[in-house]
Design a protein around this ligand. Structure first.
Ligand code: NAD
Ligand code: MG
Length: 349
């Protein structure tokens, strides 16, 4: 279905035909953030689900307590018609080699992120369908929205379509986990992977934390109190982002004072200037030509030396020490916080 106001195809419940999945067995490999949500939502939608986990996986108890059948990844994949790969991206290539033998002609291998297919870290057999159904939310929200009768927006993509009904089956899966209630956008493995990596590096995770730290340090170095710097540069970020999320940039500008609006409109481009734009284009190029992917794969093969060092530096940054006691002042907000559930859902072996 093409929504006339959008530049892309968006699918809703009516576009999904559940007969494409109702008689099939879905193996969900992994029971982390996405895995627990997909398994439980599909099972409650009436789909036959088997969870694939290692014998010694600490997630086994959780999946069984949730009423799901658990086998080893290889057994689950062998039984299934659709194999949904929901272990962390860095371990997917090894896990895939372990289950490859159970994937038969006409089966479907499904992903929630395109990295391993797009960068050729997994080369599925040529006689299977390869699809993606990627909710645009962490798993605990995919689960919670399903339970409350709402949906979670998602993406759908087809990489390999040997049966001819790969898209229909992926949409039926998206229906089973509740995504078509909210809308599922058509994309490609390439577009999903490259925009996802660029966004998290340049804007969201990387760009945002760098902006926060530079702002904080500018104030602290100029002699202002770290607590004031923390509130201005980190805490208030959420208020501004919430306003943009709810109603776009104009909604945010309309909600802040005229002084904030004038100051922001005249100064923002001085911070994120042409130089920053050039760096963004370089980051995008490294995503597109595979430089970033090769670097990250090599980093993992080497035991993550840089990752470990950078993570430690971030964890011990001054702003983290200042922030901890300050966040306790906002303990009332914990009720709304998803942190506990996120940590639980992502609990690993
Ligand atoms: P996760 O880290 O929460 O998954 C952990 C699960 O993988 C656990 O069940 C664990 O037992 C299993 N596992 C961990 N290491 C393993 C190993 N070495 N061998 C076998 N199993 C192992 O993963 P996630 O965040 O749910 O991500 C799964 C996929 O979903 C990824 O492709 C990711 O990019 C994608 N995705 C994630 C999110 C998100 O918000 N978390 C959103 C959209 C898409
Ligand atoms: Mg099979």
């Amino acid at each position: 279905m093409t929504d006339s106001e959008l530049n892309t195809t968006v699918y809703y419940d009516d576009d999904a035909d559940r007969s494409h999945i109702d008689d099939k067995t879905v193996a969900v490999i992994g029971y982390g953030s996405q895995g627990h949500a997909h398994s439980q939502n599909l099972a409650e939608s009436g789909v036959d689900v088997v969870v694939g986990l290692r014998e010694d996986s600490s997630s086994r108890a959780a999946a069984e307590a949730d009423g799901l059948r658990v086998e080893t990844p290889a057994e689950a994949a062998a039984e299934a018609d659709i194999v949904s790969i929901l272990v962390p991206d860095t371990v997917q290539p090894a896990v895939f080699e372990n289950i490859r033998g159970g994937i038969e002609a006409g089966d479907t291998v499904q992903f929630a992120h395109g990295f391993n297919i797009h960068y050729n870290q997994i080369r599925p057999p040529e006689d299977v369908d390869v699809t993606m159904v990627a909710p645009k939310s962490p798993g605990h929200l995919v689960r919670r929205n399903y339970e409350s009768g709402q949906g979670t927006p998602g993406l759908v993509a087809v990489y390999q379509n040997v049966t001819g009904d790969a898209r229909e089956e992926a949409l039926a899966y998206a229906h089973g986990i509740g995504c078509t209630r909210a809308g599922v956008i058509e994309t490609t493995f390439r577009e999903e992977t490259e925009t996802d990596l660029f966004g998290e590096q340049a804007v969201l995770c990387g760009g945002m934390t760098a902006l926060v730290k530079e702002g904080y340090e500018t104030l602290v170095d100029a002699g202002y109190s770290p607590e004031m710097a923390y509130f201005e540069c980190l805490n208030e970020m959420k208020l501004i982002v919430d306003l943009m999320y709810e109603g776009g940039l104009s909604n945010m500008w309309d909600s802040v004072s005229d002084t904030a609006e004038y100051g922001g409109l005249t100064r923002g481009d001085d911070v994120i200037d042409d130089h920053a734009r050039e760096r963004m284009e370089e980051i995008l190029e490294a995503v597109q030509d595979g430089t970033f992917a090769r670097e990250w794969i090599a980093e993992n093969q080497a035991g993550r030396p840089s990752y470990t060092q950078l993570k430690h530096a971030e964890e011990t940054h001054h702003i983290e020490q200042v922030g901890e006691p300050l966040r306790d002042l906002f303990a009332w907000a914990d009720e709304e916080s998803d942190d506990a559930e996120t940590a639980e859902a992502a609990a690993d072996d």
